[in-house]
Ligand binder design. Structure first.
Ligand code: GLN
Length: 277
């Protein structure tokens, strides 16, 4: 029984550079490819089928993308007749690999959102001008300063395109903190009402454990957060320390008064599930 096991993208790339032919000739009954990539430390295991894999070879040159979790080694049978091709791509594919999500990147904490989405395997587009709005499956409005973001949206001529995408296009949008304020205003037109800075000043910022419906436990990070007074026609997915809504879904809009992007990817997954339709 011969195993061909590789740990890490670097090892794989190195092997294929040193001796691609040798790498291709290796046979293994159990294809176990551990991809210890920096960004997600994902481990993927190809289905073990001795009948199929007894003669499989691993084409390491097929492991390609640099910054993604979509490593696509291809198992190619050399001995079975007829030749058997088992492409294990689907084993490694991120659920969200074919989604393009815009992150409004004018002001505030957009980078943390982009990082979380990138780690989830999403195509992330930084939105800074109207042409960046094309082909988006979803949009994130980050936290920051809602007044500053509003002004910047006007300067960038993005107000109209974003309003249209949300209100007419039905594009799913996740608005965190300042982003939620914008969704509850004219930009999103949500019926949910909230008050800015209602928990107090910056120094009154706090964390509070939350239970988010369909997600589970999440540490709620509230930074000079707005307080939702009424969910309007929205559905409350999480409540805060005084039972007030802190995450509300209203149609295609997710209004979130805390900052999941700082502590977890689970709320983004919930949002991305809405971007899959
Ligand atoms: N207080 C900010 C505002 O009113 C929001 C703070 C935040 O996004 N963390 O826009």
């Amino acid at each position: 029984t011969r195993h061909f096991a590789m740990t890490g993208m670097l090892t794989a790339r190195l092997m294929s550079r040193i001796s691609p032919r040798w790498a291709m000739r290796q046979t293994f009954p159990l294809a176990r490819i551990a991809l210890g990539m920096e960004s997600n430390a994902m481990t993927a295991t190809a289905p073990a089928s001795s009948a199929h894999c007894a003669s499989a070879t691993l084409d390491t040159s097929m492991i390609t993308p640099e910054h993604s979790i979509f490593a696509s080694p291809v198992l190619v049978s050399r001995v079975s007749r007829p030749p058997l091709i088992c492409n294990v791509t689907s084993v490694h594919m991120s659920l969200y690999h074919n989604r393009t999500i815009g992150v409004l990147a004018l002001q505030g904490g957009w980078r943390a959102h982009a990082d979380v989405l990138g780690r989830l395997g999403v195509n992330v587009h930084h939105v800074r001008c109207p042409s960046d709005m094309g082909g988006l499956d979803g949009l994130v409005l980050p936290g920051g300063e809602s007044t500053a973001i509003s002004a910047a949206l006007g300067r960038a001529r993005l107000w109209g395109p974003i309003q249209q995408a949300i209100q007419e296009g039905g594009v799913p949008v996740l608005g965190t903190c300042a982003g939620a304020i914008l969704l509850a205003g004219e930009l999103g037109g949500a019926t949910c009402t909230l008050d800015r800075n209602a928990y107090g000043s910056q120094t009154a910022s706090f964390t509070h454990p939350l239970y988010v419906e369909d997600v589970g436990d999440v540490e709620g990070v509230f930074i000079r957060a707005p307080r939702i007074r009424s969910e309007g026609e929205g559905r409350v997915l999480a409540v805060g320390r005084e039972g007030e809504p802190v995450l509300v879904r209203e149609g295609n809009m997710f209004l979130c008064t805390f900052h999941p992007e700082l502590v977890t990817s689970s709320v983004h997954k919930l949002f991305l599930d809405a971007c899959m339709d």
